[in-house]
Design a protein around this ligand. Structure first.
Ligand SMILES: [Zn+2]
Length: 287
């Protein structure tokens, strides 16, 4: 029962496209929207719904205590009838295997929507190894900002883009997993909206549609830094300030004008990341 209608020309027909989503917490809204756009979705998460999740997620009171993926599957079947949803109460590492990526359920797109570095790394590594496009969403502390990384054949991978996070893990730093869950639902929703926009573009790749053309226009800008708070800094650097620094100060001080009168928050920077020559993942893939 595929009965979705949408405005012609905006996106390719996504009926039958399959997205594998690691993490069903902050990304639960995003998963529902993928279903509403016609995608079949596999949900992977091993946690249950807790009351503090409710303000920031798609879950509701009656879901508390249930496995997130089971609750979300039920909501998606209601909200996006006709969409096939698979629920896996498991770690992404146990579902997204070589056999899965090469079998009949091979996904068309992977999404890494967790705070766990290990989980994000696994989604990345399988994306590179099996040449499946992936979108990885990091929501930084209190959702003051975040990062959306696109991994596709020929692009630097998540380990290249988030190299500082992986180096911190190697050093044994205590805090390598993120803590975006304490953020406002409004901020998390904005960051997820960027990820959804890119996900739909990737699924429409090569088509003469708005979404397909968006991907073309995006080109190699596969790292999107999102600022939700005016004082957000990423890796202790104000990237937005850095970018504005290139603006001429003559005949007018454009940087100051933009800082004072235009830029505030809910800004995005679309960057072209470099390959990390030491990246264990890209090196193995021969990128
Ligand atoms: Zn890499």
């Amino acid at each position: 029962m595929k009965t979705f209608t949408r405005f012609a020309g905006l996106m390719a027909d996504l009926n039958g496209k399959h997205c594998c989503v690691g993490g069903a917490s902050g990304g639960s809204d995003l998963a529902v929207k993928l279903g509403k756009h016609g995608c079949d979705v596999s949900l992977v998460d091993q946690d249950t719904v807790d009351p503090p999740n409710l303000p920031r997620t798609y879950y509701r009171k009656g879901d508390v205590g249930k496995f997130k993926v089971d609750a979300l599957k039920a909501h998606m079947e209601e909200a996006a009838p006709g969409t096939t949803v698979h629920a896996h109460v498991a770690k992404i590492q146990d579902v997204l295997t070589d056999a899965y990526c090469t079998g009949p359920n091979r996904p068309d797109l992977l999404l890494g929507l967790t705070d766990s570095l290990d989980a994000q790394a696994h989604v990345n590594d399988m994306a590179v190894k099996h040449r499946i496009p992936a979108v990885l969403v990091d929501v930084h502390e209190r959702a003051a900002g975040g990062m959306v990384t696109v991994v596709m054949p020929g692009s630097p991978c998540y380990r290249c883009v988030a190299a500082s996070r992986f180096k911190a893990a190697e050093r044994g730093d205590a805090q390598v997993d993120l803590d975006g869950a304490r953020g406002l639902g409004a901020d998390i929703g904005f960051i997820d909206a960027i990820a959804l926009k890119i996900a739909l573009a990737l699924l429409s790749k090569g088509t003469d549609t708005d979404a397909g053309r968006f991907l073309q226009k995006m080109g190699k800008r596969t790292q999107v830094v999102v600022r939700m708070h005016p004082e957000y800094r990423w890796d202790a650097v104000d990237l937005f300030d850095l970018v504005l620094a290139d603006l001429p100060s003559e005949p007018r001080d454009f940087k100051r004008e933009l800082q004072d009168f235009a830029f505030l928050a809910c800004d995005t920077l679309w960057l072209t990341p470099d390959f990390d020559p030491q990246c264990p993942c890209c090196a193995k893939a021969g990128a």
